[in-house]
Design a protein around this ligand. Structure first.
Ligand code: 1VU
Ligand code: MG
Length: 348
């Protein structure tokens, strides 16, 4: 472990100082774009105005013979659009550390568009050593190319070893932005018996006790609850953000919405969107419910300094519920800055 005093020092002479705190940004969805697909890429300038984050994906889902096209497509896409103008984040997902593509991914992207790149998503992170490697390499590349703003790192939690090391990953570097659940690779890594990308499974259920001749009630359970809970605790304990990852069944928006909402209620900030149809869903889910915002605003108003005990609508409020209310009101304010319709409804 590095000495606390050295934690925030740049890892290369000339690299920018790491952020002390994460920039506060609304990141309801991380929208995945296949940069080797010219037709989809052409939609990016318009798409960028409608999503919080555009991510150019270089890893899984890009065929091996198109890795270079994806990398070059990302550079073209980053240069062609002013993402910052619409407050949209520009992220990439690089190839895995043990792949033949990662060095060229990072060398090319930082050289060409390092100043525009907000976050690098790193797949299949197994432990803090993976983050340390990326951290050092990014610092060297930032210094070489005169990048002025530190590029953040987002880890995908998608191996059994990664889950075992989740706390150490979350605090491995001041570059850590957050983490996403990667349910497909994680299922394979754990030997889970599912071919789905996220979501439940019809056979993962509990059955009520037998009671005479009565039919026994049975309900599907959430395969991801444990992992999301561990990820949220690791992230929030370290001041970084947790995200649900992909939901692969584009035809089942109801199931997608429920998975996203459970993640939101448990503390996640957003989720991945892989298809345009999932964007509106993420916008709805990852913004607080107006009635909840209204109630939370009343709590904050009733306890201006956040201390004491008051009754609102028959419910006791104190310092702890004030903090809960603050989480909701702060998020609602962030959403309201971007969404004039919700701003009116929230009435903050
Ligand atoms: O109406 P048009 O023909 O002009 O456009 C199509 C399509 O091009 C477009 N579209 C997208 N636009 C922006 N971003 C996207 N991600 C995106 N996906 C599609 O929307 C219009 C309708 O599309 P469609 O329903 O006909 O769908 P397609 O067959 O064209 O595309 C489906 C795939 C899955 C290929 C496409 O959505 C895609 O590439 N999505 C991203 C996949 C990805 O990044 N996967 C990796 C992350 S998940 C993981 O790693 C774990 C499993
Ligand atoms: Mg994966």
């Amino acid at each position: 472990m590095k000495l606390p005093r050295r934690f925030f020092q740049p890892l290369a002479a000339g690299a920018p100082e790491p952020f002390r705190d994460l920039p506060i940004k609304l990141e309801r969805m991380i929208h995945f774009v296949p940069p080797h697909n010219e037709k989809v890429r052409a939609r990016v300038p318009e798409l960028a105005k409608t999503v919080d984050v555009v991510l150019g994906n270089l890893e899984d889902a890009v065929p091996a013979d198109q890795k270079e096209a994806a990398r070059n497509g990302f550079v073209a896409m980053a240069k062609a659009t002013d993402f910052a103008a619409s407050g949209t984040g520009l992220w990439t997902r690089i190839n895995a550390l043990n792949s033949p593509w990662i060095l060229d991914d990072l060398f090319t992207l930082v050289a060409e568009v390092g100043d525009k790149l907000d976050v690098v998503m790193v797949p299949k992170v197994e432990g803090p050593w993976d983050i340390h490697y990326i951290d050092q390499l990014l610092a060297q590349l930032e210094a070489r190319h005169g990048v002025r703003k530190p590029i953040l790192v987002h880890a995908i939690l998608e191996t059994a070893e990664g889950v075992a090391n989740v706390d150490a990953i979350a605090c491995a570097s001041p570059r850590m932005h957050g983490m996403s659940l990667g349910p497909a690779d994680l299922a394979a890594s754990r030997g889970m018996k599912t071919t789905r990308v996220g979501g439940g499974h019809p056979d993962y259920r509990v059955l009520s006790d037998p009671k005479g001749e009565e039919a026994r009630a049975s309900a599907q359970q959430d395969l991801w609850h444990y992992t999301i809970a561990r990820m949220v605790d690791a992230c929030m304990a370290n001041g970084i953000k947790a995200f649900y990852g992909p939901f692969g069944d584009f035809s089942d928006s109801a199931a997608c919405e429920v998975q996203f909402r459970n993640a939101f209620l448990m503390g996640c900030a957003g989720a991945w969107t892989l298809h345009p149809s999932q964007v509106a869903l993420a916008k709805t889910v990852f913004a607080p419910d107006p009635a909840e915002v209204n109630f939370a605003a009343r709590i904050v108003e009733a306890m201006p300094d956040g201390t004491g005990a008051v009754m609102i609508d028959g419910k006791m409020q104190d310092d702890a519920t004030w903090k809960q209310a603050k989480v909701i009101v702060d998020l609602a304010r962030l959403v309201a800055e971007k969404d004039p319709d919700l701003a009116k409804v929230y009435n903050l």
